[in-house]
Design a protein around this ligand. Structure first.
Ligand SMILES: [Zn+2]
Length: 264
């Protein structure tokens, strides 16, 4: 009996793997945002044919409105520290954002309590995705960290207009113009710490935190967000230059549902 069940199970798994092998996630755009969950992968049977369903069905989606009155002070939050240093990354135009892919041998990351989550990439949105009541920032930077067991933590930094940021300029100068293109031969060192607010204690950052999701399809949940309370600046000219790559690449705010936004 047991053997027969195992054989049946094996045939189901085998049948499943045949169809999964040809999966091709559908293209998406910000114009289609209300329907991301309904975009179909024509190569797949139902329910796999809706690979972005979580965008519409998820209850812990990002970004959200971080209005003051929703924020709860907590004394028991983990200490948050960054160990960024310098890296020789590659520069990628993803088709939806400008992105910096951190090199394989980079050892830094985000330290949440005692756990270090390696930094894998950073990218930019214009305008900001998170909003603060009726305030929006001109842009937002996301540092994406992935632990060895697949946990994702994003450190978000709001961007204001002001003094030019030289590291951001290096990113713009090395970014390929064509969608989907990667520049992996720039061989420039980036001082990643310079993309953090000046004067903050990188050993003990002030932040807001909540459980959320990726803000682009497939909108997967289980992402822990850390939003810095201090912002950085880029110049007006830098913002305008960035908009020649992508503009309005920001998802609208999502319902908080039963989540809490905690602050240290
Ligand atoms: Zn992002």
């Amino acid at each position: 009996m047991k053997n027969k069940m195992l054989i049946n199970l094996a045939s189901i798994v085998f049948a499943g793997s045949v169809t999964v092998a040809v999966s091709a996630p559908p293209d998406w755009s910000y114009e289609e945002e209300p329907y991301w969950g309904a975009l179909e992968d024509a190569t797949q049977p139902v329910p796999l044919s809706y690979p972005y369903a979580e965008c519409n069905l998820g209850k812990h989606q990002s970004p959200v409105d971080l209005a003051d009155e929703k924020i709860v002070k907590s004394r028991s939050l983990n200490r948050l520290a960054v160990q960024y240093g310098t890296d020789m990354p590659s520069f990628i135009n993803t088709g939806h954002a400008i992105q910096v892919n951190i090199s394989q041998n980079f050892r830094g990351g985000l330290k949440v309590g005692k756990e270090l989550l390696p930094l894998t990439q950073l990218h930019f949105h214009e305008p900001s995705e998170h909003v603060f009541g009726n305030k929006k920032f001109p842009a937002e930077l996301h540092f994406v960290h992935v632990s060895r067991d697949g946990k994702i933590a994003v450190l978000a930094v709001m961007i204001n207009i002001g003094k030019e940021n030289t590291v951001f300029q290096t990113i713009l100068d090395n970014m390929p113009y064509r969608s989907g293109e990667e520049n992996s031969t720039a061989r420039v060192w980036l001082k990643l710490k310079k993309l953090l607010p000046s004067g903050v204690s990188t050993n003990n950052l002030k932040y807001l935190t909540l459980a959320g999701s990726l803000t682009t399809p497939p909108c997967s949940e289980g992402v822990q967000w850390y939003i810095l309370k201090e912002s950085i600046t880029i110049s007006e000219a830098q913002l305008e230059y960035m908009k020649t790559f992508y503009s309005n690449n920001a998802r609208s705010t999502q319902d908080l549902n039963e989540r809490s936004i905690l602050s240290n």
